[in-house]
Every structure is written in structure tokens, then in C-alpha cells.
Design a protein around this ligand. Structure first.
Ligand code: MG
Length: 376
């Protein structure tokens, strides 16, 4: 039984092109499956989350991160009587617009675009993928997803304004997204904050003593030490992380449940019209989450250890972007055709954004190795 404020699949605003109902799956289940079967989805396996493949085969990549977001989101959506099918579809699609090389790649692509008066935004790119780039069906381009999934892609993590994005007007930009979409941004934070601590520890960039400066880590670590003084260090770390993870998820469920009650919303319409997002951590846990995030920025994402890869990402993304701008004939013919409707910069950006880490590396070596400085 879904809550009154959940998205009901029977009330979906539907697909751009009407399709007959499926015998065994509702429209949100079909959308979840369409995302799962998309080529852009499979490419997530070879896209960096934080650590490139150089570090380890068992660190997160964008695909395993996405599956973790899906798992957390399912639990939270079910606990709040929200639509789990829609939540899963939104979780699976939430990072599909990310370029190769993680945030460094994203930044490099945006920097390259700004030189041409444009910019790169991974949510807008994700919408282009599901609306246009995926070619699986005879009847239409893209995946022909329901309104609610497309809306979630645009609105889960960022509030776009009508003035800046008139092309997105259909997504009700003056209203809040449904709770299913609101959750995704927060579960994304839970997933990457805990996972990056884990991979950061495994990579030896982060160690227990410095991590103990984070209040939430210290509190649980002290408990674990008291309860299991002779356990192996790594297992104590794992147990601490598990408790942090559980604390964040439990708080998000309970605080959101309380905020739903306090707000008095009973319908999806009321969620949409409410002046602010209702899904949220409690203020205390949000402060702890923010502290952990700030720690990770300073000690992991911007650490000296990961610096070399950022430089590589900028060199490769920036170098290839420049190459395709001056040699559009080296783009695949399907992309050359797109210049009839989009600027060359946008076409080049779309092509590069779709690349995996391996594919962009190979292209760079093939097209630009002569121009590139010699590798050590
Ligand atoms: Mg994510």
C-alpha cells in the first residue's frame, strides 16, 4: 500500500508516445528496466567514481555506486510507503549523464564548453541520453520514459529555474519534485560518503586516526573499540562504517517521516506545492554528514594522491575536445550529422561525455599521442 503522497503509476502523466500496457510490468517498472538495458547504463562500469581503475578492481565505479544508491533508495522508499519502482528507476538513471574520469572529467568538459559560450551539466546531458541518444526502438528515438522519470532526472539534485531553462518548462520547475526524486540526492550522498571512506581507507589515502577527527566516525569507532578491542583493525573500520551508514539511512527515514507528518501533506500535489523539499536529514545528522563530506573533499578528493589523475583527465578531455573542434571529420558520421541541429561544441561535448575511461584513453592515444608530452 502506497501513501497518499506517493507517486501512483496509474496517475502518471505518461510517455511522450503512448504505448500499449505490458502484461506483467507497470510503466515505472518498464522504465527501470529500460534504463538498465540502456547502453549508457552499461558504460557506467567503465567510468570513474573517485578512483580510476589503476587503484583496484574492487573499488567503486559509477555502476557499482549506482547499484548502491538503488539499494539504499529501495529501503528508504519502502519504509516511507513511497513508490519503490519509480525510486529504483530514478536511482539507476541518476548518474547516467556523467562523463569519463569522474568530477575531474566533468570539470574539464565544462571548462572546454565555456570557451565556446556553453557549459556541461550532467543532469541535462542525462535527459538528452534518454530522450535522444539511446537508439533501441523502431518507433522512437530515446527510451520514451514516463514524465515522472524524466522529471526526476532534471529535478532530483538541482533546482533549475524557468528563466534560465525555458526548454524545461514542462517539468514544473516552480514546484518541488515528488518525494521519490527528493530522496535520490540524499541517498546518493549516503552512498558516496560511506563508500569513499571505505575505498579511501583501502587505498591507504585515508587512515583511522585522521578519520577520528570526524565526529560521527569517532563516536562509532569508540563504541566499536570498546565492544571489540581485539578485533582486526580493518574489521573495526568496517563495523564503524556500517554503523555510520545505518545512522544516516535511519535518520533520513525517520526525519523525513516526521517532516511529512509536520507538513501535513497528504497528496502528491501537496508535496509538489510545498514551499520546500520535505525529504531531509535531521539538522544534527546533516551537520555530521556535512563535516564528513568536507573532510573527504580536503583529504581525499583534493588530496595530493589523486592529483596526478586530475591532471591527466584535464589533459585528455581538453585535448580531445580541442582536436574534434578543429578536426570534425574525425568524429563518427552520426555525430557529424548532428551539427545540422546543434553547435559543434555541443556535438563534441556529447560525444566525449558518452565515452568510458578506456575509450577516451584509446582515442587520445590514437589521435593525439604525437602532440602529447611523452609519458613516463
Ligand atoms: Mg551519484
Amino acid at each position: 500500500m502506497l501513501a497518499g503522497y506517493a507517486v501512483m503509476v496509474e496517475n502518471s502523466r505518461g510517455r511522450r508516445i503512448a504505448e500499449p500496457r505490458h502484461a506483467y510490468r507497470n510503466d515505472f517498472q518498464r522504465d527501470r528496466d529500460r534504463v538498465l538495458h540502456a547502453r549508457a547504463f552499461r558504460r557506467l562500469e567503465n567510468k570513474t567514481q573517485v578512483f580510476t581503475g589503476r587503484y583496484s578492481d574492487h573499488f567503486r565505479n559509477r555502476l557499482t555506486h549506482t547499484i548502491e544508491v538503488q539499494q539504499i533508495s529501495r529501503t528508504i522508499a519502502a519504509a516511507l510507503d513511497l513508490n519503490v519502482d519509480l525510486t529504483e528507476a530514478l536511482a539507476l538513471v541518476h548518474d547516467i549523464g556523467h562523463p569519463p574520469f569522474g568530477h575531474a572529467g566533468e570539470k574539464a568538459l565544462d571548462t572546454a564548453m565555456r570557451k565556446h559560450g556553453e557549459y556541461f551539466d550532467h543532469n541535462l546531458h542525462a535527459l538528452r541520453i534518454v530522450e535522444d541518444f539511446e537508439l533501441r526502438y523502431i518507433a522512437f528515438r530515446g527510451l520514451n520514459l514516463t514524465f515522472e522519470v524524466r522529471e526526476g532526472i532534471i529535478k532530483h539534485s538541482h533546482d533549475y529555474t524557468q528563466a534560465e531553462h525555458p526548454e524545461l518548462a514542462e517539468y514544473l520547475l516552480d514546484q518541488r519534485p515528488p518525494l521519490e526524486a527528493q530522496l535520490i540526492d540524499l541517498t546518493d550522498e549516503i552512498a558516496y560518503t560511506t563508500a569513499d571512506m571505505d575505498d579511501g581507507f583501502e587505498s591507504r589515502i585515508l587512515d583511522i586516526e585522521p578519520l577520528r577527527k570526524i565526529a560521527i566516525f569517532e563516536r562509532f569507532y569508540r563504541d566499536v573499540e570498546a565492544q571489540h578491542p581485539t578485533a582486526r583493525r580493518k574489521l573495526k573500520f568496517n563495523e564503524t562504517l556500517k554503523r555510520i551508514f545505518d545512522r544516516l539511512v535511519t535518520d533520513l527515514i525517520e526525519n523525513t517521516r516526521q517532516r511529512i507528518a509536520d507538513s501535513g501533506v497528504r497528496s502528491l500535489e501537496e508535496v509538489r506545492k510545498f514551499p520546500e523539499r520535505i525529504a531531509a536529514f535531521s539538522p544534527e545528522v546533516d551537520a555530521e554528514r556535512a563535516e564528513a563530506k568536507a573532510f573527504l573533499y580536503k583529504n581525499l578528493y583534493f588530496s595530493e594522491a589523486l592529483q596526478a589523475e586530475k591532471v591527466d583527465a584535464e589533459l585528455i578531455v581538453g585535448g580531445l575536445f580541442g582536436h574534434f573542434m578543429t578536426h570534425p571529420e574525425s568524429l563518427p558520421s552520426s555525430y557529424q550529422d548532428k551539427e545540422k541541429v546543434d553547435s559543434r561544441a555541443r556535438v563534441v561535448c556529447d560525444y566525449i561525455a558518452g565515452m568510458t575511461d578506456n575509450f577516451i584513453q584509446r582515442n587520445y592515444e590514437r589521435l593525439l599521442s604525437d602532440e602529447a608530452p611523452a609519458e613516463e
